[in-house]
Design a protein around this ligand. Structure first.
Ligand code: PLP
Length: 505
Protein backbone atom coordinates (compact mmCIF):
# COMPACT_ATOMS: atom_id res chain seq x y z
CA UNK A 1 0.00 0.00 0.00
CA UNK A 2 1.34 3.41 -0.94
CA UNK A 3 1.88 5.77 1.98
CA UNK A 4 1.00 8.89 -0.01
CA UNK A 5 -2.25 10.01 -1.58
CA UNK A 6 -1.73 11.05 -5.20
CA UNK A 7 -2.38 14.68 -6.07
CA UNK A 8 -5.31 13.61 -8.13
CA UNK A 9 -6.96 11.78 -5.24
CA UNK A 10 -6.43 14.73 -2.89
CA UNK A 11 -9.12 16.58 -4.84
CA UNK A 12 -11.67 14.19 -3.43
CA UNK A 13 -9.91 12.90 -0.43
CA UNK A 14 -10.85 9.67 1.30
CA UNK A 15 -8.94 9.35 4.57
CA UNK A 16 -8.63 5.89 6.10
CA UNK A 17 -10.00 7.10 9.47
CA UNK A 18 -13.14 8.56 8.01
CA UNK A 19 -16.37 6.61 8.03
CA UNK A 20 -19.42 6.98 5.80
CA UNK A 21 -22.82 7.60 7.36
CA UNK A 22 -24.14 4.15 6.50
CA UNK A 23 -21.24 2.36 8.17
CA UNK A 24 -21.41 4.65 11.18
CA UNK A 25 -25.12 3.97 11.57
CA UNK A 26 -24.69 0.21 11.29
CA UNK A 27 -21.72 -0.05 13.67
CA UNK A 28 -23.16 2.49 16.07
CA UNK A 29 -26.50 0.73 16.34
CA UNK A 30 -24.80 -2.59 16.93
CA UNK A 31 -22.58 -1.13 19.64
CA UNK A 32 -25.52 0.49 21.42
CA UNK A 33 -27.40 -2.86 21.28
CA UNK A 34 -24.37 -4.63 22.74
CA UNK A 35 -24.07 -2.05 25.51
CA UNK A 36 -27.75 -2.35 26.36
CA UNK A 37 -27.41 -6.14 26.60
CA UNK A 38 -24.34 -5.73 28.79
CA UNK A 39 -26.17 -3.40 31.18
CA UNK A 40 -29.08 -5.83 31.30
CA UNK A 41 -26.92 -8.71 32.51
CA UNK A 42 -24.28 -6.79 34.47
CA UNK A 43 -25.65 -7.70 37.89
CA UNK A 44 -25.71 -11.45 37.23
CA UNK A 45 -22.02 -11.74 36.29
CA UNK A 46 -18.90 -11.40 38.45
CA UNK A 47 -17.74 -7.99 39.68
CA UNK A 48 -14.19 -8.84 38.76
CA UNK A 49 -12.18 -11.60 37.11
CA UNK A 50 -9.04 -12.69 38.79
CA UNK A 51 -6.72 -12.52 35.80
CA UNK A 52 -2.99 -11.82 35.87
CA UNK A 53 -1.36 -9.04 33.83
CA UNK A 54 0.13 -11.74 31.57
CA UNK A 55 -3.29 -13.27 30.96
CA UNK A 56 -4.79 -9.89 30.23
CA UNK A 57 -1.98 -8.88 27.88
CA UNK A 58 -2.51 -12.09 25.93
CA UNK A 59 -5.92 -10.72 24.87
CA UNK A 60 -4.25 -7.92 22.93
CA UNK A 61 -2.77 -8.28 19.44
CA UNK A 62 0.77 -9.59 19.30
CA UNK A 63 3.71 -7.72 17.92
CA UNK A 64 4.53 -4.09 17.37
CA UNK A 65 2.62 -1.19 15.92
CA UNK A 66 0.44 -2.45 13.07
CA UNK A 67 1.66 -1.21 9.72
CA UNK A 68 -1.69 -1.71 8.02
CA UNK A 69 -5.13 -0.99 9.39
CA UNK A 70 -8.10 -3.25 10.19
CA UNK A 71 -11.76 -2.78 9.49
CA UNK A 72 -13.69 -0.79 12.06
CA UNK A 73 -16.33 -3.49 12.13
CA UNK A 74 -13.81 -6.18 12.99
CA UNK A 75 -12.20 -4.05 15.66
CA UNK A 76 -15.48 -3.31 17.42
CA UNK A 77 -16.50 -6.97 17.19
CA UNK A 78 -13.22 -7.85 18.90
CA UNK A 79 -12.94 -5.16 21.55
CA UNK A 80 -16.56 -5.14 22.74
CA UNK A 81 -16.55 -8.70 24.16
CA UNK A 82 -12.97 -8.24 25.35
CA UNK A 83 -14.03 -5.36 27.57
CA UNK A 84 -17.29 -6.97 28.66
CA UNK A 85 -15.54 -10.19 29.66
CA UNK A 86 -12.27 -8.98 31.15
CA UNK A 87 -12.98 -5.79 33.07
CA UNK A 88 -13.59 -4.88 36.64
CA UNK A 89 -17.09 -3.41 36.75
CA UNK A 90 -17.50 -0.48 39.12
CA UNK A 91 -21.10 -0.29 37.87
CA UNK A 92 -21.82 -3.75 39.31
CA UNK A 93 -24.16 -3.60 42.33
CA UNK A 94 -21.57 -5.41 44.47
CA UNK A 95 -18.68 -3.12 43.62
CA UNK A 96 -18.08 -1.40 46.96
CA UNK A 97 -14.41 -0.50 46.70
CA UNK A 98 -12.46 2.74 46.89
CA UNK A 99 -14.62 5.67 45.80
CA UNK A 100 -15.43 4.83 42.23
CA UNK A 101 -19.06 5.22 41.36
CA UNK A 102 -21.29 3.43 38.94
CA UNK A 103 -21.64 5.54 35.80
CA UNK A 104 -24.95 6.94 34.63
CA UNK A 105 -25.95 5.43 31.25
CA UNK A 106 -26.99 8.87 30.01
CA UNK A 107 -23.46 10.01 30.77
CA UNK A 108 -22.11 7.35 28.39
CA UNK A 109 -24.40 8.59 25.63
CA UNK A 110 -23.41 12.14 26.46
CA UNK A 111 -19.73 11.24 26.06
CA UNK A 112 -20.46 9.83 22.60
CA UNK A 113 -22.20 13.02 21.60
CA UNK A 114 -19.50 15.19 23.17
CA UNK A 115 -16.76 13.34 21.29
CA UNK A 116 -18.69 13.70 18.05
CA UNK A 117 -18.94 17.49 18.28
CA UNK A 118 -15.44 17.56 19.84
CA UNK A 119 -15.47 21.18 20.97
CA UNK A 120 -12.27 22.56 22.49
CA UNK A 121 -13.25 24.19 25.76
CA UNK A 122 -9.99 26.07 26.09
CA UNK A 123 -11.57 29.10 24.40
CA UNK A 124 -15.15 30.29 24.08
CA UNK A 125 -14.88 30.79 20.34
CA UNK A 126 -13.94 27.14 19.85
CA UNK A 127 -16.81 25.89 22.00
CA UNK A 128 -19.64 28.41 22.28
CA UNK A 129 -22.49 26.19 23.54
CA UNK A 130 -20.16 23.77 25.26
CA UNK A 131 -18.48 26.51 27.31
CA UNK A 132 -21.85 27.84 28.41
CA UNK A 133 -22.91 24.30 29.35
CA UNK A 134 -19.78 23.94 31.48
CA UNK A 135 -20.40 27.32 33.11
CA UNK A 136 -23.96 26.37 33.94
CA UNK A 137 -22.88 22.96 35.30
CA UNK A 138 -20.33 24.63 37.56
CA UNK A 139 -22.90 27.21 38.73
CA UNK A 140 -25.40 24.46 39.55
CA UNK A 141 -22.77 22.49 41.46
CA UNK A 142 -21.83 25.65 43.37
CA UNK A 143 -25.51 26.15 44.18
CA UNK A 144 -25.81 22.59 45.50
CA UNK A 145 -22.95 23.29 47.90
CA UNK A 146 -24.31 26.60 49.12
CA UNK A 147 -21.85 28.82 47.27
CA UNK A 148 -22.86 32.31 46.05
CA UNK A 149 -24.07 32.63 42.46
CA UNK A 150 -20.99 34.54 41.32
CA UNK A 151 -18.51 31.88 42.45
CA UNK A 152 -16.09 30.64 39.82
CA UNK A 153 -14.89 27.24 38.80
CA UNK A 154 -14.24 24.74 36.07
CA UNK A 155 -14.20 21.06 35.43
CA UNK A 156 -10.94 19.11 35.51
CA UNK A 157 -10.03 15.45 35.38
CA UNK A 158 -10.80 14.57 38.98
CA UNK A 159 -10.40 15.32 42.66
CA UNK A 160 -6.61 15.39 42.61
CA UNK A 161 -6.46 18.02 39.91
CA UNK A 162 -9.34 19.97 41.42
CA UNK A 163 -7.51 20.12 44.75
CA UNK A 164 -4.26 21.08 43.01
CA UNK A 165 -5.97 23.99 41.23
CA UNK A 166 -7.32 25.22 44.56
CA UNK A 167 -3.85 24.90 46.10
CA UNK A 168 -2.41 27.12 43.37
CA UNK A 169 -5.24 29.65 43.63
CA UNK A 170 -4.64 29.78 47.41
CA UNK A 171 -0.94 30.37 47.08
CA UNK A 172 -1.35 33.14 44.49
CA UNK A 173 -4.02 34.78 46.63
CA UNK A 174 -1.99 34.65 49.85
CA UNK A 175 1.62 34.93 48.62
CA UNK A 176 0.86 37.56 45.98
CA UNK A 177 1.86 37.98 42.35
CA UNK A 178 5.55 37.73 43.28
CA UNK A 179 5.18 33.98 43.78
CA UNK A 180 4.39 33.68 40.06
CA UNK A 181 7.39 35.76 39.06
CA UNK A 182 10.09 34.95 41.57
CA UNK A 183 8.80 31.62 42.82
CA UNK A 184 9.05 30.50 46.43
CA UNK A 185 11.49 32.76 48.23
CA UNK A 186 12.91 30.91 51.20
CA UNK A 187 14.24 34.06 52.87
CA UNK A 188 10.68 35.37 53.26
CA UNK A 189 9.78 32.32 55.36
CA UNK A 190 8.31 29.01 54.27
CA UNK A 191 4.73 28.87 52.95
CA UNK A 192 2.93 26.32 55.12
CA UNK A 193 -0.22 24.26 54.74
CA UNK A 194 -2.25 22.60 57.51
CA UNK A 195 -4.23 19.38 57.09
CA UNK A 196 -5.11 16.29 59.06
CA UNK A 197 -3.18 13.05 58.77
CA UNK A 198 -6.28 11.56 57.08
CA UNK A 199 -5.96 13.91 54.09
CA UNK A 200 -5.68 12.33 50.64
CA UNK A 201 -2.23 12.09 49.01
CA UNK A 202 -3.05 14.85 46.51
CA UNK A 203 -1.61 17.20 49.13
CA UNK A 204 1.83 15.59 49.09
CA UNK A 205 1.81 15.68 45.30
CA UNK A 206 0.85 19.36 45.28
CA UNK A 207 3.42 20.38 47.92
CA UNK A 208 6.11 18.39 46.16
CA UNK A 209 5.39 19.24 42.54
CA UNK A 210 4.66 22.93 43.06
CA UNK A 211 8.02 23.35 44.76
CA UNK A 212 6.98 23.71 48.41
CA UNK A 213 8.30 20.33 49.49
CA UNK A 214 6.33 17.90 51.61
CA UNK A 215 7.99 19.34 54.75
CA UNK A 216 5.76 22.38 54.23
CA UNK A 217 2.75 20.29 55.27
CA UNK A 218 1.89 20.52 58.96
CA UNK A 219 0.06 17.28 59.67
CA UNK A 220 -2.66 17.71 62.27
CA UNK A 221 -3.48 14.85 64.63
CA UNK A 222 -7.03 13.45 64.56
CA UNK A 223 -9.49 12.61 67.32
CA UNK A 224 -11.11 9.22 67.94
CA UNK A 225 -13.52 9.89 65.05
CA UNK A 226 -10.58 10.65 62.74
CA UNK A 227 -11.40 14.39 62.56
CA UNK A 228 -8.72 17.10 62.53
CA UNK A 229 -7.75 18.44 65.96
CA UNK A 230 -8.47 22.18 65.81
CA UNK A 231 -6.62 22.90 69.07
CA UNK A 232 -3.47 21.49 67.49
CA UNK A 233 -4.13 23.59 64.39
CA UNK A 234 -4.26 26.81 66.42
CA UNK A 235 -1.09 25.98 68.34
CA UNK A 236 0.85 24.98 65.26
CA UNK A 237 -0.04 28.18 63.42
CA UNK A 238 1.11 30.30 66.38
CA UNK A 239 4.38 28.39 66.62
CA UNK A 240 5.05 28.67 62.89
CA UNK A 241 4.24 32.38 62.75
CA UNK A 242 6.48 33.15 65.72
CA UNK A 243 9.28 31.39 63.86
CA UNK A 244 8.83 33.68 60.88
CA UNK A 245 7.22 31.15 58.56
CA UNK A 246 4.16 31.93 56.47
CA UNK A 247 1.04 29.83 56.98
CA UNK A 248 -1.17 30.27 53.90
CA UNK A 249 -3.59 27.37 53.60
CA UNK A 250 -5.82 25.22 55.79
CA UNK A 251 -7.30 22.11 54.20
CA UNK A 252 -10.48 20.65 55.71
CA UNK A 253 -11.84 17.27 54.71
CA UNK A 254 -15.51 17.20 53.77
CA UNK A 255 -15.46 13.42 53.97
CA UNK A 256 -12.07 11.70 54.18
CA UNK A 257 -11.23 9.21 51.52
CA UNK A 258 -10.62 6.43 54.02
CA UNK A 259 -13.59 6.50 56.41
CA UNK A 260 -15.70 9.50 55.33
CA UNK A 261 -14.86 11.56 58.43
CA UNK A 262 -15.92 15.21 58.17
CA UNK A 263 -13.45 17.60 59.80
CA UNK A 264 -14.77 20.39 62.11
CA UNK A 265 -15.10 22.65 59.07
CA UNK A 266 -16.78 25.58 60.82
CA UNK A 267 -14.02 25.85 63.44
CA UNK A 268 -11.33 25.46 60.79
CA UNK A 269 -12.98 28.27 58.80
CA UNK A 270 -12.87 30.42 61.97
CA UNK A 271 -9.16 29.80 62.41
CA UNK A 272 -8.50 30.61 58.76
CA UNK A 273 -10.45 33.82 59.11
CA UNK A 274 -8.61 34.85 62.29
CA UNK A 275 -5.22 34.39 60.64
CA UNK A 276 -6.18 35.55 57.14
CA UNK A 277 -5.42 32.14 55.62
CA UNK A 278 -7.09 30.46 52.67
CA UNK A 279 -9.55 27.79 53.72
CA UNK A 280 -9.98 24.94 51.28
CA UNK A 281 -12.48 22.10 51.61
CA UNK A 282 -11.64 18.78 49.98
CA UNK A 283 -15.12 17.53 49.19
CA UNK A 284 -14.07 15.14 46.42
CA UNK A 285 -16.02 12.39 48.10
CA UNK A 286 -18.40 13.88 50.63
CA UNK A 287 -19.41 17.33 49.39
CA UNK A 288 -22.58 16.35 47.55
CA UNK A 289 -23.96 14.65 50.66
CA UNK A 290 -24.74 18.15 51.92
CA UNK A 291 -28.01 18.04 49.93
CA UNK A 292 -29.31 15.00 51.81
CA UNK A 293 -31.39 15.41 54.95
CA UNK A 294 -29.52 13.96 57.91
CA UNK A 295 -26.05 14.54 56.44
CA UNK A 296 -23.35 15.59 58.94
CA UNK A 297 -24.16 19.19 59.94
CA UNK A 298 -20.50 20.18 59.56
CA UNK A 299 -20.78 19.83 55.78
CA UNK A 300 -22.78 23.04 55.58
CA UNK A 301 -19.68 24.99 56.64
CA UNK A 302 -18.11 24.11 53.28
CA UNK A 303 -19.90 27.18 51.99
CA UNK A 304 -17.50 29.28 54.09
CA UNK A 305 -14.45 27.90 52.30
CA UNK A 306 -12.48 29.98 49.81
CA UNK A 307 -12.37 26.96 47.54
CA UNK A 308 -13.91 23.51 47.30
CA UNK A 309 -12.84 20.50 45.28
CA UNK A 310 -15.62 18.10 44.30
CA UNK A 311 -15.86 15.06 42.09
CA UNK A 312 -18.82 14.70 39.76
CA UNK A 313 -17.35 11.31 38.84
CA UNK A 314 -18.03 10.18 42.38
CA UNK A 315 -21.42 11.19 43.80
CA UNK A 316 -22.88 12.70 40.65
CA UNK A 317 -22.26 9.30 39.03
CA UNK A 318 -20.72 10.88 35.92
CA UNK A 319 -18.54 8.49 33.91
CA UNK A 320 -14.83 9.12 34.48
CA UNK A 321 -13.37 11.70 34.31
CA UNK A 322 -14.90 14.76 35.90
CA UNK A 323 -13.64 16.74 38.87
CA UNK A 324 -14.73 20.26 39.70
CA UNK A 325 -12.83 23.27 41.06
CA UNK A 326 -14.90 25.88 42.87
CA UNK A 327 -13.63 29.20 44.18
CA UNK A 328 -15.68 31.73 46.09
CA UNK A 329 -14.06 34.59 44.14
CA UNK A 330 -13.80 33.76 40.43
CA UNK A 331 -10.94 36.24 39.97
CA UNK A 332 -8.65 34.10 42.08
CA UNK A 333 -8.47 31.57 39.24
CA UNK A 334 -7.53 34.04 36.51
CA UNK A 335 -5.09 35.64 38.98
CA UNK A 336 -3.38 32.28 39.43
CA UNK A 337 -3.58 30.85 35.91
CA UNK A 338 -4.05 33.68 33.41
CA UNK A 339 -1.51 34.30 30.68
CA UNK A 340 -2.58 35.45 27.24
CA UNK A 341 -0.44 34.10 24.43
CA UNK A 342 -0.11 36.05 21.19
CA UNK A 343 -1.87 33.41 19.14
CA UNK A 344 -5.02 33.52 21.24
CA UNK A 345 -7.09 36.54 20.32
CA UNK A 346 -10.45 35.79 21.82
CA UNK A 347 -11.64 39.32 22.43
CA UNK A 348 -15.32 39.72 23.16
CA UNK A 349 -17.76 42.38 24.21
CA UNK A 350 -17.24 44.07 27.56
CA UNK A 351 -20.88 43.75 28.58
CA UNK A 352 -21.16 40.17 27.35
CA UNK A 353 -17.74 38.66 28.05
CA UNK A 354 -16.65 35.31 26.71
CA UNK A 355 -15.16 32.96 29.25
CA UNK A 356 -11.96 31.32 28.04
CA UNK A 357 -11.30 28.43 30.37
CA UNK A 358 -7.62 28.18 29.42
CA UNK A 359 -7.15 31.27 31.62
CA UNK A 360 -8.87 29.56 34.57
CA UNK A 361 -6.74 26.49 34.99
CA UNK A 362 -3.78 24.36 33.95
CA UNK A 363 -5.22 22.87 30.78
CA UNK A 364 -5.05 24.53 27.41
CA UNK A 365 -7.06 22.32 25.06
CA UNK A 366 -9.94 20.94 27.06
CA UNK A 367 -12.60 18.33 26.33
CA UNK A 368 -16.33 18.50 26.75
CA UNK A 369 -16.56 16.60 30.04
CA UNK A 370 -19.27 19.02 31.08
CA UNK A 371 -21.94 17.44 28.90
CA UNK A 372 -22.28 14.22 30.89
CA UNK A 373 -22.33 16.21 34.15
CA UNK A 374 -24.93 18.69 32.88
CA UNK A 375 -27.14 15.92 31.50
CA UNK A 376 -27.07 14.13 34.86
CA UNK A 377 -28.00 17.29 36.74
CA UNK A 378 -30.92 17.84 34.36
CA UNK A 379 -32.02 14.21 34.21
CA UNK A 380 -32.58 13.84 37.94
CA UNK A 381 -32.28 17.33 39.45
CA UNK A 382 -31.34 18.11 43.00
CA UNK A 383 -34.08 15.86 44.36
CA UNK A 384 -32.89 12.87 42.35
CA UNK A 385 -29.35 13.25 43.62
CA UNK A 386 -30.54 13.80 47.20
CA UNK A 387 -32.47 10.55 46.96
CA UNK A 388 -29.66 8.48 45.45
CA UNK A 389 -26.98 9.81 47.79
CA UNK A 390 -29.35 9.41 50.74
CA UNK A 391 -30.01 5.80 49.74
CA UNK A 392 -26.26 5.09 49.50
CA UNK A 393 -25.82 6.46 53.03
CA UNK A 394 -28.75 4.42 54.35
CA UNK A 395 -27.31 1.25 52.85
CA UNK A 396 -23.97 1.90 54.57
CA UNK A 397 -25.88 2.23 57.86
CA UNK A 398 -27.75 -1.00 57.18
CA UNK A 399 -24.46 -2.72 56.50
CA UNK A 400 -23.00 -1.43 59.76
CA UNK A 401 -25.99 -2.84 61.66
CA UNK A 402 -25.86 -6.20 59.88
CA UNK A 403 -22.14 -6.50 60.56
CA UNK A 404 -22.62 -5.52 64.19
CA UNK A 405 -25.06 -8.41 64.66
CA UNK A 406 -22.58 -11.02 63.45
CA UNK A 407 -20.41 -12.56 66.20
CA UNK A 408 -17.59 -13.18 63.70
CA UNK A 409 -17.59 -9.62 62.34
CA UNK A 410 -16.51 -6.49 64.17
CA UNK A 411 -18.08 -3.22 63.02
CA UNK A 412 -15.53 -0.39 63.18
CA UNK A 413 -16.69 2.91 61.63
CA UNK A 414 -19.64 4.33 59.70
CA UNK A 415 -19.54 7.83 58.23
CA UNK A 416 -21.36 9.06 55.12
CA UNK A 417 -21.61 5.97 52.89
CA UNK A 418 -18.51 4.17 54.19
CA UNK A 419 -18.68 1.30 56.65
CA UNK A 420 -15.54 -0.40 57.91
CA UNK A 421 -15.37 -3.70 59.73
CA UNK A 422 -13.24 -6.80 60.06
CA UNK A 423 -13.49 -10.53 60.34
CA UNK A 424 -12.68 -11.89 63.79
CA UNK A 425 -12.95 -15.69 63.82
CA UNK A 426 -14.23 -17.59 66.79
CA UNK A 427 -11.74 -19.03 69.25
CA UNK A 428 -9.13 -16.31 69.08
CA UNK A 429 -7.61 -14.99 72.28
CA UNK A 430 -6.67 -11.37 72.85
CA UNK A 431 -3.26 -10.10 71.75
CA UNK A 432 -3.70 -11.35 68.24
CA UNK A 433 -3.85 -7.99 66.44
CA UNK A 434 -0.96 -8.82 64.15
CA UNK A 435 -2.67 -12.01 63.05
CA UNK A 436 -6.03 -10.27 62.59
CA UNK A 437 -4.42 -7.68 60.33
CA UNK A 438 -2.77 -10.38 58.27
CA UNK A 439 -5.96 -12.44 58.13
CA UNK A 440 -8.11 -9.53 56.97
CA UNK A 441 -5.58 -8.48 54.37
CA UNK A 442 -5.58 -12.01 52.93
CA UNK A 443 -9.34 -12.11 53.16
CA UNK A 444 -9.65 -8.89 51.20
CA UNK A 445 -7.44 -10.23 48.40
CA UNK A 446 -9.59 -13.33 48.32
CA UNK A 447 -12.86 -11.40 48.23
CA UNK A 448 -11.64 -9.25 45.36
CA UNK A 449 -10.53 -12.32 43.42
CA UNK A 450 -13.80 -14.15 44.08
CA UNK A 451 -15.87 -11.81 41.91
CA UNK A 452 -18.70 -12.09 44.46
CA UNK A 453 -18.19 -8.64 45.96
CA UNK A 454 -15.48 -6.01 45.81
CA UNK A 455 -14.77 -4.06 49.01
CA UNK A 456 -11.45 -2.31 49.64
CA UNK A 457 -9.55 -1.52 52.84
CA UNK A 458 -8.84 1.19 55.36
CA UNK A 459 -6.25 1.48 58.09
CA UNK A 460 -7.75 2.69 61.33
CA UNK A 461 -5.18 3.39 64.05
CA UNK A 462 -3.12 0.42 62.97
CA UNK A 463 -6.08 -1.89 62.38
CA UNK A 464 -6.50 -3.35 58.90
CA UNK A 465 -10.18 -2.93 58.11
CA UNK A 466 -12.41 -4.09 55.30
CA UNK A 467 -14.15 -1.10 53.83
CA UNK A 468 -17.41 -0.90 51.90
CA UNK A 469 -18.04 2.43 50.23
CA UNK A 470 -21.41 2.72 48.56
CA UNK A 471 -21.35 5.30 45.79
CA UNK A 472 -23.40 3.08 43.60
CA UNK A 473 -27.01 3.61 42.58
CA UNK A 474 -27.27 -0.05 41.60
CA UNK A 475 -26.48 -1.43 45.05
CA UNK A 476 -29.62 -2.58 46.87
CA UNK A 477 -30.43 -3.85 50.34
CA UNK A 478 -30.25 -7.40 48.96
CA UNK A 479 -26.59 -6.83 48.04
CA UNK A 480 -25.86 -5.45 51.49
CA UNK A 481 -27.62 -8.34 53.20
CA UNK A 482 -25.58 -10.83 51.18
CA UNK A 483 -22.25 -9.33 52.20
CA UNK A 484 -21.80 -10.66 55.78
CA UNK A 485 -22.30 -14.26 54.65
CA UNK A 486 -19.81 -13.84 51.78
CA UNK A 487 -17.19 -12.31 54.08
CA UNK A 488 -17.63 -14.89 56.83
CA UNK A 489 -17.51 -17.82 54.40
CA UNK A 490 -14.26 -16.66 52.79
CA UNK A 491 -12.94 -15.51 56.17
CA UNK A 492 -13.31 -18.95 57.72
CA UNK A 493 -11.51 -20.56 54.80
CA UNK A 494 -8.63 -18.12 54.92
CA UNK A 495 -8.41 -18.49 58.70
CA UNK A 496 -8.31 -22.29 58.53
CA UNK A 497 -5.22 -22.10 56.29
CA UNK A 498 -3.50 -19.10 57.79
CA UNK A 499 -3.86 -19.35 61.55
CA UNK A 500 -0.55 -20.25 63.23
CA UNK A 501 -0.55 -23.27 65.53
CA UNK A 502 0.01 -21.21 68.69
CA UNK A 503 -3.25 -19.35 68.08
CA UNK A 504 -5.29 -22.51 67.61
CA UNK A 505 -7.48 -23.62 70.48
C1 PLP B 1 -11.23 10.61 45.57
C2 PLP B 1 -10.64 11.65 46.42
C3 PLP B 1 -9.58 12.44 45.96
C4 PLP B 1 -8.91 12.19 44.63
O1 PLP B 1 -9.85 12.34 43.59
P1 PLP B 1 -9.63 11.67 42.17
O2 PLP B 1 -10.90 11.97 41.46
O3 PLP B 1 -9.39 10.22 42.40
O4 PLP B 1 -8.44 12.34 41.55
C5 PLP B 1 -9.11 13.44 46.78
N1 PLP B 1 -9.66 13.65 47.99
C6 PLP B 1 -10.68 12.91 48.47
C7 PLP B 1 -11.25 13.22 49.81
C8 PLP B 1 -11.20 11.89 47.69
O5 PLP B 1 -12.21 11.15 48.16
Amino acid sequence: MSTATSDNDLHRRSAPLDMGPEEFRRLGHRLVDDIAAFLETLATGPVNRDESPTEVRALLPEGGLPEEGSSAERLLAEVTPMLFEHSLFNGHPRFLGYITSSAAPLGALGDLLAATINPNLGGWQLSPVATEIERQSVRWIAEMLGYPGDAGGLLVSGGNLANCHCFLAARRAKAGESVRVRGLEAKRGQLLVYASTETHTWLQKAADLFGHGTDSIRWLPVDADLRADVGALREQIETDKSRGDRPFLIVGNAGTVSTGAVDPLAEMADVAHEHDLWFHADGAYGAFAVITPGAPAELAAMSRADSIAVDPHKWLYAPLEAGCVLVRDANTLTDAFGYTPTYYRFTGEEEDPRVNFYEWGLQNSRGFRALKVWLGLRQVGRSGYARMIGDDIRLARELFERVDEEPELEALTRELSITTFRFVPAGLEVGTETYLNQLNEELLARLKASGEAFPSNAEISGTFALRACIVNFRTSLADIEALPEIVIRHGREVDSKLRPAELRT
